[in-house]
Ligand binder design. Structure first.
Ligand code: SF4
Ligand code: ZN
Length: 738
């Protein structure tokens, strides 16, 4: 922080305190010392002074106490021993000025009792523009909105904009976000309120634009309002200044916008507000106070453009955007999650083996994206004929102060259920194997891709407030773009998958649950260990851990493994207990490492389904993107239909692609060496890893020993091939006797 700001503010502190002391002395010379002073209709005396010090000022004489207090706060010099350089004395000087400003307003209430018009709305025709401090009736009525969240906070604006149009624009930005706008002070005789009146904007408590006063001292009414809210609704006791200030910092999202030249008096007021955790953003070139510490983020930011004033303020204060209404033509909600879009109702679709459909969430820089922006690159739904297909890439960019790349997979996995929440739209799968079906009825209502964007934008803000500040979404519908995104996404998926590569199940005491899919498969509980990623492939152990950190009561809970019941099949007492509860008694136990013996439950999201091939003494697996026949006699869709409802089906298991080459894959049944058949595309997709695993098992040519559809789609054809290749499964123990 610059010494200059500290200097200006501290100087301002001296100036304000001494001039108010002078006013007080003058008043005491013309009025009796026991003359009553105070703000109208309040039980909180001079609320800032009362709330922070416990001092009850009722008479003119009483005002001496806060002035003495303020003088005591004024720092003699810039000290250097504070851990935040210079901030301590600066805050004290600020607080001293705030006390003095409140005393000044108390003196005004005595000598100019009609200065303010103490109503909810001003009487503009009568020239009664300034409403002054809110009385307790207004406090009760409005303060509660700060508590129940209908008003997240307030913007205290001092000064004036360059012109009425800009004033209107700034204020409307805040109104859209449901913030109150508390206005005080003039800039060279012009006020924001004058400008708003000129621009035809309605002012008053009822439109949330509150004209407190013409002088900078009236800014203290905003702080008095905030502190009374802390006492009235937060149960904080007067005098408990720490709690009052913390309550404000944590609960009231407020900040100051300084419009116009910041002189010493404004500077010291801004410094005062930092005590509350309220940062100042200025449209002029004042020295900044960037280090964080008291405020959630930076303290003073300069040179903010008027266009950015609202967005930057909200960011710096850490105010989270809530989008309460999702403006789309179809109904929306969990009720529609399980709804199908059947052939006869289908308008168009993407993915599902017909075209490529890929989803990717990536972190972005704050300045790189624009919140709420939805781009559509290529044709939209209205350009697609009935019964048509189109490729789709959904690219979501998230920026957030607290956002980390670790959170990307978690946000990405939400796309599935959120799109499903839209009435008449169905979503299956994830990552690069998504499948979206759009019904005729939704299309008739005017549904387009933009609406998917609106849903994702709103819900990511709502459900991930803590980590999400900005969401921008791009839909690609040209084949080339989708392919490009897919290529990039696959690289990302690989990096994510490999984060658990070196971890072993034995290394951790805690696994994680995933019950995200219970709305579809009510008894289904995925247990995710380092060596068993979620069967959808979208969640590995790390992801679940991160998800639990973001949302401790969410679908990913830690499970203490507890006593190991069967190390070969992978069964633990702690997991069983958890699964029993989480499945509401439907599943008593399961094994992590077997598809033959009490395998884990499977839901419809699995990337692959493995099945036993008794004749070959081995297993096969088939991925969702392969639509042909398989040697077990069932296509992927049939298999998914049979076992995707959340049951444990011995002989079958849903799993992720990555899991095939993880160390514990069906280890209880003999491990990867049991694998005798896979579709060619899957084999190729994981080729490198398959070869590597084969080498580890002592079979450098294992990859070539696995049959695919070019070899055959019957057990007999496969067996013939295995014999020729000398596949290790043939010499293993009988798979069914196990
Ligand atoms: Fe979670 Fe399993 Fe569903 Fe994936 S498949 S989202 S891991 S419950
Ligand atoms: Zn699922």
């Amino acid at each position: 922080m610059s010494k200059l700001v500290a200097f200006a503010a501290i100087q301002g502190g001296y100036k304000v305190v001494s001039s108010v002391e002078g006013e007080l002395n003058n008043a005491l010379a013309s009025y009796n010392a026991d003359t009553k002073i105070g703000f109208p209709n309040t039980a909180y005396y001079l609320p800032v002074i009362y709330s922070l010090t416990g001092i009850k000022c009722e008479t003119l004489e009483d005002l001496r106490k806060p002035i003495e207090f303020a003088k005591g706060l004024l720092p003699p010099h810039i000290k250097s021993k504070n851990h935040l350089p210079y901030l301590g004395p600066l805050l004290d000087a600020g607080m001293a000025a705030i006390f003095a400003y409140e005393v000044k307003e108390a003196i005004r209430s005595l000598i100019d009792p009609d200065f303010y018009f103490p109503q909810e709305d001003p009487d503009i025709e009568a020239g009664k523009i300034w409403v002054g401090p809110a009385d307790d009736t207004i406090l009760r009525k409005r303060g509660v909105e700060f508590v129940d969240g209908s008003a997240p906070g307030f913007a205290a604006i001092v000064g004036a904009a360059p012109n009425p149009e800009i004033a209107k624009m700034i204020v409307e930005d805040y109104q859209k976000r449901s913030l109150y706008i508390f206005c005080a002070a003039n800039h060279n005789g012009t006020t924001l309120i004058d400008q708003l009146i000129k621009a035809g904007v309605q002012i008053g408590w009822n439109t949330r634009i509150v004209p407190f006063g013409y002088d900078i001292s009236s800014a203290v009414f905003a702080l008095g309002f905030a502190n009374r809210a802390a006492m009235a609704f937060g149960g904080v006791q007067p005098g408990d200044y720490k709690k009052i200030l913390l309550y404000n910092k944590d609960r009231i999202f407020a900040f100051v916008n300084a419009l116009g030249d910041v002189g010493t008096e404004w500077a010291v007021a801004a410094a005062g507000c930092v005590n509350w955790g309220f940062p100042t953003l200025a449209d002029t070139d004042i020295p900044e106070i960037l280090p964080t510490g008291i405020c959630t983020y930076e303290h003073v930011i300069a040179n903010v453009t008027h266009e950015e004033m609202c967005q930057r303020s909200v960011e710096v204060r850490g105010l989270k955007v809530t989008v309460s209404e999702i403006d789309i033509p179809c109904s929306f909600g969990p009720a529609y999650e399980g709804e199908r879009v059947r052939g006869a109702d289908l308008h168009c679709q993407c993915g599902g083996g017909k075209t490529q459909c890929t989803e990717l969430v990536k972190m972005a820089d704050m300045n790189e994206i624009e919140d709420g922006k939805i781009n559509i690159v290529g044709p939209n739904i209205e350009d697609i004929k009935e019964g048509g297909t189109f490729p789709l890439g959904i690219y979501v960019q998230i920026a957030g102060r607290e956002f980390q790349t670790d959170f990307e997979p978690i946000i990405e996995r939400q796309i599935h259920h959120l799109v499903n929440y839209i009435q008449g739209v169905m979503h299956i799968g994830q990552r690069d194997i998504s499948w979206i079906r759009i019904g005729k009825a939704s299309r008739e209502k005017g549904f387009t891709l933009k609406d998917i964007g609106a849903v994702l934008h709103a819900k990511f803000h709502q459900d991930f407030q803590k980590i999400v500040d900005k969401v921008q979404i791009t839909f690609y519908t040209n084949k080339k773009d989708v392919e490009e995104l897919t290529k990039r996404a696959r690289k990302e998926y690989k990096t994510r998958d490999e984060r658990v590569e070196k971890m072993r199940d034995e290394d951790v005491e805690t696994y994680y649950s995933c019950t995200l899919c219970q709305s579809f498969a009510p008894n289904h509980v995925c247990s995710v260990s380092p060596e068993r990623t979620g069967l959808c492939g979208a969640y590995n152990w790390m992801d679940c851990k991160a998800s639990f950190e973001i949302n401790p009561t969410g679908p990913n809970q830690p499970i203490e493994k507890g006593e190991c019941i069967d190390p070969k099949l992978g069964q633990w007492k702690g997991v069983n207990d958890f699964v029993y509860k989480a499945s509401r008694g439907a599943v008593t136990h399961y094994n992590f490492y077997s598809l033959i013996h009490d395998p884990m439950t499977t839901c419809g999201c699995c990337e692959c389904i493995a099945a036993t091939l008794p004749l070959c003494n081995g297993i096969m697996t088939v991925n969702r993107d392969y639509s042909g026949e398989t040697p077990c006699g069932m296509k992927f869709t049939t298999l998914a239909g049979v076992m995707g409802g959340g049951a444990s089906s011995p002989g079958f298991i849903g799993h992720s692609k990555f899991n095939i080459t993880q160390g514990k894959f069906v280890k209880g049944d003999g491990g990867l060496l049991r694998m005798v058949w896979m579709p060619k595309i899957l084999k190729e997709e994981i080729k490198e890893r398959l070869i590597k695993r084969g080498e580890e098992f002592g079979y450098p040519n294992f990859y070539d020993m696995i049959a695919d559809e070019t070899v055959g789609i019957t057990e007999e054809e496969v067996l013939e091939f295995l014999k020729k290749k000398g596949h290790p499964a043939l010499s293993m123990d009988s798979i069914i006797a196990g």
